[in-house]
Design a protein around this ligand. Structure first.
Ligand SMILES: [Fe+2]
Length: 171
C-alpha cells in the first residue's frame, strides 16, 4: 500500500504511524532538569512513519518525517532523544525541508562531530555513530529520513550517558 508524501510540509497521509514527544518525555536528557520539569508538557517533536514493511524486516526501507519545534530547556536547545543503530552497517539518510540546526554524531569513544542542517541539506548518517538532531533556529526543523527497517534502535545508553556535547544558546 502506498502513502502520500507531502514534501514541503513534512507530512504523510495514508496508513502511517504518528507519535509526539514532550519536554517531559525526555526528562533525564536535559542538563537543567528543574527547567525541564517546569515545562514538561511543552510539545518537543512529532514524527510520522510509513512502515513499508513491519519494523525489523531485513532489507526493507522505512520512511518518515520529524518536526522538531524551536525552543530551549533552560539554555539547551530542543533536541531529539538520539540513538545508536544496533547494526553499524546500517546508516540513515536525512533530508531537511525547513528550519536550521544540527545533527550531532558521536562515535564509541564519545568523540562528537556535527553537521549543520538547513533546507535542502541531504546527508548520510553513518551507522556506526549515535545521532540526534537539534533545532537552533526559531522555526520548526522539519526533515525526512529513510532508514533500514532492521537497523535496530538503542536509546538506553544515550538516556544514561548522554552525548559528549550539548547545544547551548548564547545568553
Ligand atoms: Fe537512526
Amino acid at each position: 500500500m502506498s502513502v502520500l508524501t507531502h514534501w514541503q510540509t513534512g507530512s504523510l497521509s495514508g496508513d502511517v504511524v504518528r507519535s509526539a514527544r514532550t519536554v517531559g518525555d525526555l526528562l533525564e536528557y536535559w542538563g537543567d532538569r528543574e527547567a525541564a520539569e517546569a515545562m514538561a508538557s511543552t510539545p518537543l517533536y512529532e514524527t510520522e512513519t510509513y512502515f513499508s514493511k513491519p519494523d525489523g524486516t531485513e532489507g526493507a526501507i522505512l520512511w518518515g518525517s520529524t518536526r522538531l519545534f524551536p525552543g530551549t530547556v533552560g539554555r539547551e536547545y530542543f533536541m531529539t532523544r538520539g540513538h545508536w543503530h544496533l547494526k553499524p552497517t546500517h546508516g540513515e539518510l536525512i533530508v531537511v525541508v525547513s528550519g536550521t540546526g544540527f545533527v550531532a554524531l558521536m562515535d564509541r569513544d564519545r568523540k562528537a562531530t556535527t553537521v549543520e542542517l538547513q533546507p535542502g541539506t541531504t546527508y548520510h548518517i553513518d551507522g556506526t555513530l549515535a545521532h540526534r538532531t537539534i533545532n537552533t533556529g526559531d522555526e520548526p526543523l522539519v526533515f525526512w529520513c529513510a532508514w533500514a527497517a532492521d537497523c535496530g534502535h538503542e536509546y538506553e545508553s544515550i538516556a544514561r550517558e548522554g552525548f559528549s556535547e550539548r547545544f547551548i544558546s548564547p545568553l
